[in-house]
Write a protein that binds this ligand. Structure first.
Ligand code: F6R
Length: 243
């Protein structure tokens, strides 16, 4: 794992976009990109979208797999990750919607939907580059503390802290779903390359645990210490807890 500290959030986005672009080119045709939702990768997606708009980068043959999805939101709910990915990734990066996958959080049989998602990733040849953010409690995807380091896509219960953190996207905290489908830590670790971005001092404790703490299920992101091609790109505020 490599850690890169950038002077500010814009530099984080530009460096991360350059890494994703390089992997997409090197591993193409039909590169497979793992995409996160949340605030952290928004500027990275903007930077990639600018490269696509200028004609410098063409991702029309890329496949994309979202990390996770809430369980039980109605179809078309603006905060469902299917919708968030459409707005922030598929359209601006001009991806082919038929090649963009999000776990089916409305499936009758959630276990079967989780297994089908693992199968779809495998059928695409695995993820070439996985984009990640990190939760303030150290989660990646929705793998909350105590998640098995070997876990695969499955149903998880969201912690009170994550529901509180994500309440800003909903009218009230009570509207944040209690469950999700998420790629597991084992799924994320199987990506050829991982790029995690974090900005701001609210992520300092999580980044310190990820980078310098023991590898532990209590800080799920710490498993990335064992991923040889993981790059953690942070601004100075997110790096402020590092020794
Ligand atoms: C998003 C995801 C989460 C977020 C994390 C950080 O698909 O799986 O792990 O990356 O909660 O969220 P933000 O970036 O909003 O601080």
């Amino acid at each position: 794992m490599e850690v890169i500290i950038c002077p500010d959030a814009e530099a984080v986005a530009q460096l991360a976009a350059a890494k994703v672009e390089r992997v997409a080119r090197d591993r193409g045709p039909e590169p497979v990109i793992g995409v996160a939702t949340g605030s952290s990768p928004v500027a990275l997606y903007d930077a990639l979208a600018a490269r696509v708009a200028s004609g410098e980068l063409d991702l029309s043959d890329a496949h994309a797999f979202a990390l996770d999805e809430y369980v039980g939101l109605p179809p078309g709910h603006p905060e469902s990750y299917a919708e968030v990915i459409r707005r922030t990734v598929t359209e601006p990066l001009r991806l082919d919607p038929a090649r963009v996958h999000v776990p089916d959080g409305r499936a009758q049989d959630l276990e079967a939907a989780a297994a089908a998602y693992e199968d779809a990733i495998a059928a695409a040849g695995g993820v070439d580059v996985q984009i990640l953010g990190i939760g303030s409690n150290g989660h990646v995807g929705f793998n909350e503390p105590t998640s098995s380091l070997a876990s695969r896509t499955r149903i998880k219960t969201l912690t009170a802290r994550t529901r509180f953190d994500n309440a800003r996207f909903f009218a009230s905290a009570d509207e944040v779903p209690t469950h999700c489908l998420t790629q597991g830590l084992g799924t994320i670790m199987a990506a050829h390359e991982v790029v995690l971005v974090a900005q701001g001092d609210g992520k300092a404790e999580a980044i310190a645990g990820l980078v310098e703490g023991p590898v532990t299920a209590m800080v799920p992101g710490s498993v990335l210490q064992l991923q040889r091609r993981a790059t953690v790109i942070v601004d100075e505020a997110a790096a402020s807890g590092l020794r």
